[in-house]
Design a protein around this ligand. Structure first.
Ligand SMILES: CC(C)(COP(=O)(O)OP(=O)(O)OC[C@H]1O[C@@H](n2cnc3c(N)ncnc32)[C@H](O)[C@@H]1OP(=O)(O)O)[C@@H](O)C(=O)NCCC(=O)NCCS
Length: 143
């Protein structure tokens, strides 16, 4: 059972329903599917921060805390943890609503590192936060 006082870190970036086609042989949701959902959401967050194409370069501290079940609503929360010259760390947490309406629980967390790239696929500098459009800054300040 998750701590009822614990809150998701970051901003709700994607929501989806875990389907029967996403299960492993034991009938629980396949871990690779969850990581894929996390990578998609982290890429949205990183792309907004970088205002460019981004690629995943590393994944640290991935924890599978509880299983995801068919029918759970999976909400993926993201926040920009730190920004380097061309890379950034995106903290990602997945929370489920069991069977669409039940208890809300944190199921995974991990730190995804993305690099901003240009049209040639080369690393490119990330803009300063103060140079971002308002809608991006608002996104990053509402959590
Ligand atoms: C991302 C990529 C363009 C970087 O190229 P590169 O020649 O390593 O570029 P750099 O050496 O200038 O490094 C760029 C930044 O990425 C960081 N970085 C690169 N590889 C990294 C790794 N494996 N782990 C952690 N950080 C890494 C560097 O520290 C640097 O950060 P900074 O600019 O904030 O200081 C190249 O590694 C790449 O294309 N990788 C494949 C990405 C991909 O296809 N992902 C999807 C996999 S299916």
């Amino acid at each position: 059972m998750s701590n009822p006082d614990e809150k998701a870190k970051g901003r709700l970036t994607t929501r989806t329903v875990a389907m029967p086609s996403d299960t492993n042989p034991a009938g629980d949701i396949f871990g690779g599917w969850v990581v894929s959902q996390m990578d998609i959401a982290a890429g949205i967050c990183a792309g907004q921060r970088a205002q460019s194409r981004v690629v995943t370069v590393a994944l640290d501290g991935m924890s599978f805390i509880r299983p995801v079940k068919v029918g759970d609503i999976l909400g993926v929360y993201t926040c920009v943890e730190s920004v380097g010259r061309t890379s950034m760390n995106i903290l990602v947490e997945c929370w489920v609503r069991r069977g669409r309406i039940g208890q809300r629980e944190k199921v995974t967390e991990g730190m995804f590192k993305f690099v901003a790239i240009n049209d040639e696929g080369k690393a490119t500098p990330i803009p300063r936060e103060e140079d971002l459009p308002d809608y991006v800054n608002n996104n990053f300040h509402d959590h």
